[in-house]
Unconditional design. Sequence first.
Lengths: 201, 293, 369
Amino acid sequence: MDQMDVIDGGFAAPVFNAQTVFRAVMDAMARPGTVQQVAGLAQPPAPLAATAGAVALSLCDHDTPLWLDAGLQVSSAKSWLGFHTGAPLAATPADAHFALVANPANLISLENFAQGTQEYPDRSTTLILQVDSLTDGAPLHLEGPGIETTDSIAPTPLPRHFVEQWKQNGARFPRGVDVILAAPGAVACLPRTVRAKTMEA
Amino acid sequence: MSDIATYNFAYLDEQTKRMIRRAILKGIAIPGYQVPFASREMPMPYGWGTGGVQVTAAIIGPEDVLKVIDQGADDTTNAVSIRAFFQKVADVAVTTETAKATIIQTRHRIPEYPLTEGQTLVYQVPIPEPLRFLEPRETETRKMHALEEYGLMHVKLYEDIARHGRIATTYAYPVKVEGRYVMDPSPTPKFDNPKMHMSPALQLFGAGREKRIYAVPPFTRVVSLDFEDHPFEIQTFDQPCALCGAAQVYLDEVILDDKGGHMFVCSDTDHCETRQACGHRGHLSPDILEPAQ
Amino acid sequence: MYVAVKGGEAAIANAHRLLADRRRGDRSVPSLRIEQIVEQLALGVDRVMSEGSLYDRELAALAIMQSRGDLIEAIFLVRAYRTTLPRFGYTRPIDTAAMQVERRVSATYKDLPGGQLLGATFDYTHRLLDPELATDAEVATPEQREGDGQRMARVSEILAHEGLIEADGELPEDHLTGDITREPLEFPMERDIRLQALSRGDEGFLLALGYSTQRGYGRSHPFVGEVRIGEVELELDVPELPFPISLGRIRVTECQMVNQFKGSAKAPPQFTRGYGLVFGQSERKAMAMSLCDRALRAGELGEDITAPAQDEEFVISHSDNVQATGFVEHLKLPHYVDFQAELDLVRRMRGEHEKRQATDQTETREAAE
């Protein structure tokens, strides 16, 4: 593993870069279906992509156990995340505050992650899914808080049976996971409140 | 003697900002639910807007334009003080014009001028728990929210009707958010409640002393609690603003002498000034009075 | 004619200039120096360090000076500074048995290993004002002896020998000590969190609550097992090193209250404890804290919770004087928007009330005619 891979590629201006990325994520979470631009502020080692890396830098630290999917576990991205965020690795998905997923298509099912409790529904995992595109996939029609009528995005790749899994996630409300979709140069979000349908449904 | 440290951009250290930012995201994802957060001591007293200040400090960036109001006015002392704080620690642009602001921190009012997409309204909240005065224990109220058990609130409102013939709550009037959580809108007059419903702006609430953050995303249903035979209604005023002539706005009563003389003027100072600049006049406007003198 | 009030900014700036002037007072009187406050108002400094949760005498003294001697304001200044400091790590628990003891008294034994040491105490002074202090008279040098470096066993250890006192208390194996400055409080709470909150809690509030338990509101039959004051070493574990690093010494006051306990379904008859620990020298606070700690263990020991001092949410939610001051004093901020709403409601209800009375009177008259 190249030592420089681990040390380089963090935020050039940590205070302002973190704020920029957070605001993009906040706006995306507040208005699901909208796509917020995030310029390449971080350069993590593969297979972690720039946007997902930047989101992790802006939100994760010592206080947030992080779960990595198999591809990230065995890569230098793991050390990069450790070096730049200080986040400990979560022992199980149910302990994770954040889950970083380089390959959503192979993701374990959403119910494995922390769902929060009825008293503390905020204690659930936020998944950061690294996607190739927010426009090239099968369109998801979205409704719910943050959306005036309806909106749509078309992220790809997504976890298997995503629409069905997402419906079950919504049925657990107020418990449930939230999703940040990190695409090249942009983010979109799916808070647990959003309802998603595909065209044919 | 130790050198007094230099402070970070927007005062808070980055770790604290991340903690608050995570709470904000969860708050947005669970509209109306109060997210506990490790509120910090701020350089202004608890109860003076520390929750709102922490939320603003966590979201603000160099591109933002900040407006701060207290009682609807930009020139009340605490609004002046908080605005000056952010000018000092974040060197941020400030404005009094609602339309020009990207972040508006407020205590007790929602601006009259309709908010737009992309704006964030940050409320300072003293007691975030709408059930607190019915049940002082956090352990109990948390259970009630978990079980969606809000009967107590309806009983309270109904007792009002039985005793006074009407719901006698005029401010901090409880709302239900997206059909799930009963939420305290902060001590805004109930006049402002309808503005929260399906607002294009993001609404964030910070309670520093009570260590809670909550949120209402844009375009979210916010319904004031009521009964079929006693529907929710807002305050109405018998006269328009004496300075700008605006109707359907919230008015402050200004005492003119010790013989009962008073007048009503806009509580939202920016709204009033903007209207006057556009030529609107009320019946006690200096321009109307002076020619007559 | 009405002109809206403007100029908040100028008013604030002028008020602050006046405050600075009043703080300094008569310029012909020499200004206080920080070291004078540290040396001569040491117990005030200790209280600010303790409730400010920051062990730094000079900063506490500066805060006292800046706050014109208002200790709660000084505590607030220290807290607002403390909160911005980076955190390097957590020290090992301090070992108070290894304390360099300057004062140690026990009310439960006439004599005990290590002896009774009165130390610098107001106890047994006659509270007569001493005009000599005003004349800056020479102060005699006290008798002193070298410390022997011996551990001084704590009274609780002596009682534990006989098995007559409960053990130190246990937390689950995987329990990580909490930190109330980093995590929001959650009720019910573990004792570690509660003790932290009590240690930075308001001295006056805890004193009154402790006192209330002595007057029957949650009676706990307390004896001062011991109070000790002195310096303890702070040690930090550094992962890269095989031994802990010494960071220096701090002065603390520790109180172990020993309480009678007749036993319950859960526990045999034995003595129970209340614990108090604060920065610097403050017996009053440490003792009040240990009374409150014991009272708050009612649930754990299977006792009825009947008194305010036993009510965890009530005590812990209201013990922080920085929070309490802020919220009480915020009532002086403008509330006229809400007051207007209430005014309007009262006027309408009054109008309806008068109309009703008028109708009632007319009806009575008509009925009479």
